[in-house]
Write a protein that binds this ligand. Structure first.
Ligand code: TRP
Length: 348
C-alpha cells in the first residue's frame, strides 16, 4: 500500500500507514474463505503497515452466545490468527472487550448517528429480516456504530475488509467527518481497503454463493481445523459441471473456476498457468491436486494453532501485551473525544 498522509490529530506520530480490521469469534474453526479472503491479507499487511487486528467479541454478542463457547471460540480465533502468521512483534493483536474504550466511544457514536442512517445499513436489513424484529437485538442495529468506534479509536488510515463491509466503512467516514466538523479535527478519515475479488472463495457445493458457515450443507464448507482427510473429501466431491475441460469461466463453470481460484491462491500459480497445466486432464486431477495442496498448507497451520491452544499462558501473555498497546492509542483518542464533547474531566 502506498504511504498515506498522516491526518491524525491525536495519537502518537505514525511512521507507517495504520491499518485495522476485526474478525468475529463466532465459530470454532475459521473456514477457507475467511483465510484466503481476509486473514492472509492481514498477514501480508503487517509487514509494511502499523497493523491493529482484533477479535470482536463485543460484536459477537449481538446474537445470543453461550458463555463457555464464546470464551473457547475467542481463544481458538486468536490461536488461528497466530497460526496463520500474525506476529505479535509486528502487529497489535487483541481482543476487543479487553479495551473498554470501544464500548465508550461506541456510545458517543450512537449519539451522533441518525436513526434513519443506521436503518439503511443493508447488512442489518438482511439479518433482521431473516430473524424477525422480536428476535433482533438493538445491539445488532447498532453493530455498525460499534465498528465505527473500533476504527476511529485507532486513527486507522485503511480498513481491509470484504466488499460486504464497504457500507460500514463509508458510514465511519461520514461520522469521522461529522465529528471533526462539529467539534475540531479529531479523527483520521479512514479508507476502505477492499480485499481482492480474486480471493473470493465460494461454497464447494453451491459455487455461486460465498463460502460461509451458514451454508446449507457442511459439505461445501472447508473448515481449517478439520482433519485434512475430511477436507480432501469435500474437494473431491465439489460440484462442477458436465463438461470435462478445465478452464476458467465464472459464469458457466462456477465450480471449476472456484477450484482454480483456490488452487491459484494456495500455489501462487496464475490461473492461466493452471489451465495450461491441466490441459488434457480431467476434473479429478484438479481436485486431487487441490486436496494435496490444501493438506500441505493446513497441516503446519494446524500444528502452529494447536501449539498456542496448548499453551494458554503464552496466549494470555500475547493478548495482554496486545491489549496494552491497543489501550495506549485508544485511551488517548477517547480522552480527546470526551474533552471535545464537553464532559467534565474527572479529578484524579
Ligand atoms: N463487521 C466486520 C465483519 O463482519 C468485523 C469488524 C468489527 C470489523 N469491527 C471491525 C472489521 C473494524 C473492520 C474494522 O467482517
Amino acid at each position: 500500500m502506498a504511504p498515506m498522509v498522516n491526518a491524525a490529530v491525536t495519537g502518537p506520530a505514525k511512521d507507517r500507514p495504520r491499518v485495522l480490521s476485526g474478525i468475529q469469534p463466532t465459530s470454532g474453526s475459521f473456514h477457507l474463505g475467511n483465510y484466503l479472503g481476509a486473514v492472509r491479507q492481514w498477514v501480508d499487511l503487517q509487514e509494511q503497515n502499523d497493523a491493529f487486528y482484533m477479535v470482536v467479541d463485543l460484536h459477537a454478542i449481538t446474537v445470543e452466545q453461550d458463555p463457555a463457547t464464546l470464551r473457547e471460540n475467542t481463544r481458538i480465533s486468536v490461536a488461528q490468527l497466530l497460526g496463520a502468521g500474525l506476529d505479535p512483534e509486528r502487529c497489535t493483536l487483541f481482543v476487543q472487550s479487553h479495551v473498554p474504550e470501544h464500548a465508550q466511544l461506541g456510545w458517543v457514536m450512537n449519539c451522533m448517528t441518525g436513526f434513519g442512517e443506521a436503518a439503511r445499513m443493508t447488512q442489518f436489513k438482511d439479518k433482521s429480516s431473516k430473524q424477525g424484529s422480536d428476535r433482533t437485538s438493538v445491539g445488532l442495529f447498532t453493530y455498525p456504530i460499534l465498528q465505527i468506534a473500533d476504527i476511529l479509536l485507532y486513527q486507522a488510515d485503511a480498513v481491509p475488509v470484504g466488499e460486504d463491509q464497504r457500507q460500514h466503512v463509508e458510514l465511519t467516514r461520514d461520522l469521522a467527518e461529522r465529528f471533526n466538523t462539529r467539534y475540531a479535527p479529531t479523527f483520521t478519515v479512514p479508507k476502505p481497503y477492499i480485499l481482492k475479488e480474486t480471493a473470493k472463495i465460494f461454497d464447494l457445493q453451491d459455487p455461486t454463493s460465498k463460502m460461509s458457515k451458514s451454508a446449507s450443507s457442511p459439505k461445501g464448507l472447508v473448515s481449517l481445523l478439520d482433519e485434512p482427510k475430511v477436507s480432501a473429501k469435500k474437494f473431491k466431491s465439489a460440484v462442477t459441471d458436465t463438461d470435462t475441460v478445465v478452464s476458467y469461466d465464472e459464469e458457466n463453470k462456477a465450480g471449476v473456476s472456484n477450484l482454480l481460484r483456490i488452487h491459484s491462491a494456495l500455489s501462487g500459480q496464475s490461473i492461466e498457468q493452471l489451465v495450461a497445466h491441466f490441459e488434457g486432464k480431467m476434473y479429478g486431477a484438479l481436485k486431487t491436486e487441490l486436496a494435496e495442496l490444501f493438506a500441505e498448507w493446513v497441516t503446519p497451520f494446524q500444528e502452529r494453532t494447536k501449539s498456542y491452544l496448548d499453551d494458554p499462558a503464552e496466549l494470555d501473555r500475547v493478548l495482554g501485551l496486545g491489549a496494552e498497546k491497543a489501550r495506549e492509542v485508544a485511551s488517548e483518542t477517547l480522552a480527546t473525544v470526551y474533552d471535545r464533547i464537553g464532559f467534565l474531566a474527572p479529578k484524579r
